[in-house]
Ligand binder design. Sequence first.
Ligand SMILES: [Zn+2]
Length: 189
Amino acid sequence: MSVPTKWQLVQHWLASPDRDTFAPMLEDAGAPCCFACGWFSERWNRQTQKASWGRATLERAHIIPSSLGGSDDASNVILLCAPCHRDSPDWPDPGEMARWIAARPDRSSKEVEDVSDWFIALKQAPEFTALLATLEAEPDLPDAEAIERIKGMLWESARRASLHASALSTGTKVAILRDTAAGATRGEV
Ligand SMILES: [Zn+2]
């Protein structure tokens, strides 16, 4: 017996009487999310529900681990994000998993985390805030044009960081903001 696919697990848990216990954050088939914390990413949205779940970076997690005698039946497997999978209990009693899920805090979406992370970076790059103030002070520059200029400058700075990084660290974001501000000061843009 092999572990069910993510889509098979969604079908199982949507219809399961134990859904509130082991998949409380699962609302419908069209909204991929971690069953325990509700984490989702807009990037998972695809044309079909099956493709969206297939694309979602969720892990198949056994309620009772295989090593402790748990089966690969869909009733023993849930979909968790990586942090939830890492933190969840490996225990022979499914009641422990149920208690853990009930106590798991909700997690905001990846996009929200990304945005708030940029605000944290902004606080560490006062040069960039000063650049924004300078642009705002230019009397004849239309707002849309100013935004486009900043976007272009940020993109150029971001190209100096690794293009292959899947996610930018806060420190890299600070460096990008500072580099953009420094480039503007030198009149490179
Ligand atoms: Zn999670």
